[in-house]
Design a protein around this ligand. Structure first.
Ligand SMILES: *Cc1c(COP(=O)(O)O)cnc(C)c1O
Length: 392
């Protein structure tokens, strides 16, 4: 699907001259390092004994009855640190080691990528600096504490909307100033080539496991539908990866509509975005008529991003994937529904995916695999406030 760093017309590496050597060093080496037996041995071992893979593919009996189809949940919420993000950070920290880097920087929105990066750095004994929007630092306080406990330095981004895109700008600035010593661990399938491809490959362990697990449970290694929420698109890319060329499987991507598509407080990039360049990549992003990036909004910090990875922009324009947008209130209701139907409290990001039952009917025989990208511990206060559960 990717050719010379592009997915169709999307992707590439639109970077300042001063960043070129660092990005080029990564581009020239990543495929060879990832393919090397040394890397693969270490990566697979850590995924198994440290991350806790393979994660279960759970047949959700109660939800299936309710939904009228066969629903499976890929339990990325059971990964160490509570989400899929650790698959990528463990992979990239090993890559950084192979490249001889001593210092790690990262950006984070919900704090999940920051925690996953701080965790990998603690494991490998590398210095870790995490940039985070000042607004996100406030609304994701438990994750900030976790990063500090793990020995990372958390730096607040005070510009713009004080959220993920501003943190990303700060991290890029840092990398320009320390190109030789530092590896920048990007947390999703965004940024200049080779990041979208690198992160997608590291996350593709998800779809490789689904294939084996479905074969065991269903007697066929492909589902009828794959469903994932999309912020930048890494958990979705990981779930879709080995099925991208398999037309028997339909792909559904779920974006955050925030307070609604027409509300101007939204993060539904494919519905409202136009082609532009964000963080080094040509993709779809939300912008005003002057081409200025507009402030995104979603109740979930992890989906609160004005762009989308180039792979997903291509999946959207080529119609390989169907994109749906789900607003805050539908997502919150779906999170409550999943908690009380299956005894699994999802991250609010993930909850968006489960709201598609309001909009899409499946056939009784349809096998539908949801990526349960993360657990809801970090979002408990938001759920409790929203449903006023402490007043009952
Ligand atoms: C970060 C995050 C997301 C969104 O990021 P993607 O790169 O789109 O996967 C979704 N779910 C959870 C639980 C997250 O932590």
């Amino acid at each position: 699907m990717i050719k010379n760093g592009y997915y169709g017309e999307f992707g590439g590496a639109y970077i300042p001259e001063m960043l070129y050597p660092a990005v080029e060093e990564l581009r020239a080496n990543y495929e060879e390092i990832l393919a090397s037996p040394n890397f693969q041995k270490e990566f697979q071992e850590l995924l198994e004994v440290y991350v806790g893979r393979p994660t279960p593919l759970y047949f959700a009996k109660n939800l299936s009855q309710k939904a009228g189809c066969k629903v499976y949940l890929k339990r990325e919420d059971l990964c160490h640190t509570g989400a899929h993000k650790i698959n990528n950070t463990i992979g990239q920290i090993l890559l950084a080691k192979h490249l001889g880097k001593k210092r790690i920087i990262a950006e984070t929105g919900a704090g999940q990528h920051g925690v996953a990066t701080a965790t990998a750095c603690a494991l490998m004994g590398l210095e870790c600096i995490v940039y985070m929007g000042a607004k996100d630092i406030l609304r994701q306080a438990p994750n900030v504490s976790r990063m500090k406990m793990l020995g990372a330095k958390v730096v607040a981004a005070e510009s713009g909307s004080k959220t993920l895109k501003d943190a990303t700008n700060e991290a890029i600035r840092d990398w320009i100033n320390h190109p030789e010593s530092t590896h920048y661990i990007i947390g999703s399938v965004v940024g200049p080539h080779p990041y979208p491809d690198l992160v997608a490959r590291l996350q593709s362990v998800i779809s490789k496991e689904v294939k084996k697990q479905l074969l065991k449970y269903e007697g066929r290694d492909y589902p009828d539908y794959l469903v994932a929420c999309v912020g930048g698109g890494s958990n979705a890319a990981g779930l879709y990866y080995d099925y991208l060329e398999d037309e028997r499987t339909q792909i559904i991507a779920v974006e955050a509509a925030g307070k609604g598509l027409l509300s101007k407080e939204t993060a539904a990039t494919t519905q409202l975005g136009k082609v532009g360049i964000i963080h080094g990549s040509k993709t779809l992003l939300m912008q005003n008529t002057d081409g200025q990036i507009t402030e995104p909004y979603s109740i979930s910090a992890g989906l609160d991003y004005p762009g989308i990875g180039p792979m997903h922009a291509h999946l959207f324009t080529s119609k390989r994937a169907t994109f749906m947008s789900i607003d805050d209130s539908e997502a919150m209701q779906a999170g409550l529904m999943l908690s009380q139907t299956e005894g699994i409290i999802p991250a609010i990001e993930t909850s968006h995916a489960f709201a598609i039952f309001n909009h899409k009917k499946f056939e009784p025989d349809d096998v539908v695999v949801f990526n349960l990208s993360g657990r809801g511990d970090k979002d408990l206060a938001t759920y409790i406030d929203y449903f006023k559960l402490d007043q009952q």
